[in-house]
Design a binder for this molecule. Structure first.
Ligand SMILES: *Cc1c(COP(=O)(O)O)cnc(C)c1O
Length: 481
């Protein structure tokens, strides 16, 4: 490990070599073999361009756009592009945020603060809504009403409408959902909210920059953007399908009146008057400049081409899943996600490990209520070059998974876990468990046992165990020269 504060400064050359060395432990951000976390357009030179743009604006401070008009101009350019892509018309306004979570927190904050007379505001989402809504509700003390989705994994308009109360400040749904990649029926959901005078947010954090292009390519997808009556806000992450480096999302509102309660203003101290449209106050221009560079380099025609490659890749992966005995498509592959479930005799978590052993890094998703454990694949343009190889390895990985058989957790471990409540989870207990499961050495390549254990316990215990585990990992590094 490197010493962050050496007694004397170190040469730039050495530092960059150390950083590259650290990066070698990471999963590959390029090459179309990592199906979560990263979005790869596989365009040569784009990283260098975005990196150079980031460097130009890294020290610019978004705190005060009158001091740094470059940042204001770049933000307005990004918001303008997003508003045109998502049919915002002439009235839409927006903000550049640091990511989807921040966009959702601010959508909920704007809705909450538009109804200051309510003492117990509520938010309605479908059960497939992103976890960031729960985080927003928690941070903002807004009660969360989670409505089960239908058998088709989509928000159920009648059930969502029935969940709206006089205290509801916002109804939200996804285009598409992250877990399964299906688009909620936005027009009927938004109409139901509008009828009751309630704001409606479309979480297009994941798909907002690819759905418009998939539609242009002929994909049969419902309307989901600001053209839909009743939609009052929409979020889209540029660090997903706009392929910008991390740290940029956009929150659009139908008009300025709707946006106003998103702002925080404070003049009640002896320092500068603080006017913040978003959560951070000081913030870097780096990610914003990198996003502008990325959008301008790819251009509208480029995004159409990338969406076409993505669509091709999804078709190849989906066909591979369908053709492989032992796995099945869990959701229709209608956007840029392939979500698969295992059939009898195939342990999904072992399969995820077997795929990883073949260099395919997927995202296992745990059982939630009626929804079984699945494997999620976020498909990006880079996968068009690798999808055929995945197809071949999938069959092989399933065969090996069958041969290995399912994870059988020791009875004693299951019994001990069964008796645990979240309150009983202490740092010492987590450390012991991590050691026992072979996680002590920082090798996370064989995760089937861990995933099976987490999958077997209730969500609240899962949260407590993983919180303890992350806390265990996040330790100040000892001094090192
Ligand atoms: C990624 C995502 C978010 C959260 O975005 P972050 O950028 O990770 O904060 C919210 N909603 C959906 C549908 C997403 O895919």
């Amino acid at each position: 490990m490197v010493e962050a504060l050496p007694s004397k400064g170190v040469s730039g050359e050495q530092i960059l070599e150390e950083l590259r060395e650290l990066r070698r432990a990471d999963l590959p951000t390029h090459g179309g073999r990592l199906f979560a976390y990263v979005y790869d357009p596989a365009l040569g030179g784009l990283d260098d361009l975005a990196g150079a743009a980031h460097a130009i604006s890294a020290h610019v401070n978004g705190l005060d756009p009158t001091a740094f008009p470059s940042l204001l101009a770049m933000e307005n350019a990004l918001v303008g592009a997003a508003a045109r892509l998502l049919n915002g018309g002439t009235e839409a306004v927006g903000s550049v945020t640091s990511g989807g979570t921040e966009s959702l927190i601010l959508a909920v904050k704007a809705a909450r603060d538009s109804r200051p007379e309510l003492t117990a505001p509520r938010l309605v989402i479908p059960s497939t809504g992103h976890a960031a809504f729960a985080k927003a509700a928690h941070y903002l003390r807004v009660a969360l009403d989670v409505v089960p989705v239908g058998d088709d994994l989509r928000a159920d308009p009648a059930a969502m409408a029935a969940a709206i109360t006089p205290d509801t400040v916002l109804v939200a749904a996804s285009a598409p959902s992250y877990a399964h990649g299906v688009v909620d029926p936005i027009p009927s959901l938004a109409a139901a909210a509008a009828e009751r005078g309630v704001r409606f947010h479309v979480d297009a954090c994941f798909g907002g920059w690819v759905l418009p292009y998939l539609k242009r390519l002929g994909a049969d997808l419902p309307e989901f953007d600001l053209a839909v009556p009743g939609v009052t806000s929409i979020s889209v992450d540029l660090h997903k399908y706009a392929y910008a480096p991390k740290g940029v999302s956009i929150l659009l509102h139908r008009d300025e009146t709707l946006r106003l309660p998103q702002y925080f203003a404070y003049a009640g101290w002896p320092g500068y008057t603080m006017i913040n449209p978003i959560i951070s106050s000081t913030r870097s221009g780096g990610p914003i400049a990198a996003a502008v560079a990325t959008l301008r380099s790819i251009g509208d025609a480029g995004y159409l081409e990338l969406a076409s490659r993505t669509r091709e890749a999804v078709a190849v992966l989906a066909a591979a899943v369908t053709a492989t005995d032992g796995v099945r498509l869990f959701a229709p592959p209608e956007t840029s996600v392939v979500c698969l479930a295992a059939s009898d005799g195939v342990d999904l978590f072992v399969l995820a490990d077997e795929l990883a052993a073949r260099g395919w890094h997927t995202q296992p998703q745990m059982t939630y209520g009626e929804i079984p454990a699945t494997i999620h694949l976020t498909v990006t343009a880079a996968v068009s070059a690798t999808a055929a190889d995945f197809a071949a390895d999938l069959a092989d990985a399933v065969a090996e998974t069958r041969a290995r058989g399912p994870v059988l957790l020791p009875e004693a471990l299951l019994a001990a876990a069964g008796g645990l409540t979240p309150e009983m989870v202490t740092p010492a207990l987590v450390a012991g468990l991590a050691e026992g499961l072979g996680l002590g050495g920082g090798d996370f390549t064989r995760m089937a046992e861990v995933n099976s254990l987490l999958n077997a316990v209730p969500p609240a215990l899962r949260e407590a165990l993983l919180t303890g585990f992350l806390s265990l990992l996040q330790r100040p590094a000892p001094a090192a020269e």
